[in-house]
Design a protein around this ligand. Structure first.
Ligand SMILES: NC(=O)c1ccc[n+]([C@@H]2O[C@H](COP(=O)([O-])OP(=O)(O)OC[C@H]3O[C@@H](n4cnc5c(N)ncnc54)[C@H](O)[C@@H]3O)[C@@H](O)[C@H]2O)c1
Length: 432
């Protein structure tokens, strides 16, 4: 098998057949980049429309530059999508790792994908778990479900974790340029995996153990969550005092050793709002701060809803325009989105006509939500709620908001509003 050491002790990382399980935001860009590098890539997904779309040379997600690259490598015969895995030299697992209702990790996708590749895994293969996973998942779940139990890991078969850290919107660049943490189940697994990544990554490749790699990714996202929670807690605290949290944070950040993040409507997406729970679930007594940060961030959407309802109660069945549904700016991802959650809660409250505007979202993706254009969501509304800071909303002239009640959860219009000629009723006081 080509992954084995060369005679001179180096590792042969020449072009190989790669099988990627899961063709979403992580798997598809990885598949396309590896195919462009010359590997023969088979991409596997359980959703037939995903497989069909990719085999037509199209994509099912929004990511700049990805459509063109997928089209190129599919037409060149280097990337093929399928519902079934095939024999390959290297297997990537890039399937979802969500949480259950009770916040425990749902590893069923990793388990199923590992079981699915097992008949196709041969001695000498490399298996790489890229899905963000709780500590021990690589050794316990992937090895036990994907590997023949008679084989010795690190001798007959090589298994590692390499967590992804890409930023949606910049995935193609970051898949190549980001530093990578490679954690093998054994040192030899680590070395072989690192050698493979060094073949296509321009960032630094750091070698460690599987457990450390798993923990590192979770710690990165828990760190982000805790810091965002601090900003979000401040935003609620400041509102109670009638102060502008964004102004408080801007001024506090003038201190040379203070760097508070910007508050928002909550924390969403498949990563930061989910991954810290893996740590909390694994060791509840050692994670009071991480747990508390999750609770603070999860409470923020309700706070925003209360702000809007307080305004609505001053008017007779007003029209509320909500700007943004996705979890972050300029992406089409609705997973765990606080913006979408806020819009649904406002609709459920039934004290206002609620419309939403999001250029990245199609009506079928948000049943029950009335999607309108930007003009109707601003000009025609009594209350305007900025939820996701898409570029199109950042560039909105605040003159369009004159006379409106505005809840700007991300503070993107505050400087413009401060200079507005006519008053805009900007929410400051804590909702009743
Ligand atoms: N999206 C990000 O920005 C990001 C960043 C870093 C890490 N991650 C992690 O990467 C992993 C994948 O995330 P994603 O955003 O690509 O998810 P995704 O939902 O976009 O894609 C996952 C794909 O896997 C498919 N799938 C599910 N079960 C399968 C199976 N048994 N076999 C084959 N395909 C299967 C799904 O149909 C889906 O298309 C997660 O663990 C996530 O936490 C994501």
């Amino acid at each position: 098998m080509t992954c084995e050491n060369n005679e001179d002790g180096g590792i042969n990382v020449g072009y190989k057949k790669v099988c990627i399980m899961g063709l979403g935001y992580i798997g598809l860009p990885t598949a396309a980049v590896l195919a462009k590098q010359g590997h023969d890539v088979i991409g596997v997904d359980v959703r037939s429309h995903v497989v069909e779309t990719i085999n037509r040379g199209e994509i099912h997600i929004h990511e700049p530059g990805l459509g063109e690259l997928v089209n190129e490598v599919v037409k060149a015969g280097k990337l093929k999508a399928s519902l079934q895995p095939e024999e390959a030299d290297i297997f990537f697992i890039c399937v979802p790792t969500p949480i259950n209702e009770d916040k425990s990790p749902d590893l069923s996708y990793v388990r199923t994908a590992s079981q699915a590749i097992r008949p196709y895994v041969r001695k000498g293969c490399l298996i790489i778990l890229e899905s963000t996973s709780p500590p021990k998942t690589t050794a316990d779940v992937v090895v036990s479900h994907a590997v023949n139990e008679e084989w010795q890991v690190g001798e007959d078969i090589f298994v590692s974790h390499c967590p992804e850290r890409v930023l949606p919107g910049k995935i193609l660049r970051e898949v190549v340029e980001n530093d990578r943490i490679i954690g093998g189940v054994t040192p030899r697994c680590t070395d072989l995996t690192a050698a493979f990544y060094e073949g296509f990554v321009t960032g630094a490749v750091y070698r460690t153990t599987a457990i450390t790699a798993e923990m590192t990714k979770l710690v990165e996202n828990a760190y982000r969550d805790v810091n965002i929670a601090f900003a979000n807690e401040l935003s609620m605290l400041a509102a109670g005092f009638g102060a502008d949290a964004h102004e408080v944070i801007k001024l506090a950040n003038r201190h040379p050793r203070v760097d508070i993040l910007t508050p928002g409507p909550g924390v969403g997406g498949h990563c930061i709002s989910v991954d810290p729970w893996f740590l909390v679930h694994a060791s509840p007594k050692d994670t009071p701060l991480i747990h508390c940060a999750r609770m603070v961030n999860d409470s923020k959407p309700e706070f925003v809803v209360d702000q809007v309802l307080a305004y609505a109660s001053q008017l007779d069945y007003p029209k509320v325009g909500c700007l943004g549904l996705t979890y972050k700016a300029d992406v089409d991802d609705l997973r765990e989105s606080p913006s979408y959650c806020i819009v649904r809660a406002l609709i459920e409250a039934d004290v206002a006509e609620v419309v939403a505007c999001d250029p990245y979202v199609k009506p079928a993706e948000v049943p029950g939500v009335t999607l309108v254009g930007l003009s109707e969501a601003t000009h025609d509304c009594d209350i305007v709620v900025l939820l996701t800071d898409h570029e199109i909303f950042r560039n909105l002239p605040v003159a369009m908001l004159l006379g409106k009640k505005v809840v700007d959860t991300r503070g993107i219009w505050r400087d413009q509003m401060a200079g507005a000629a006519a008053p805009i009723d900007r929410y400051a006081a804590r909702a009743a």
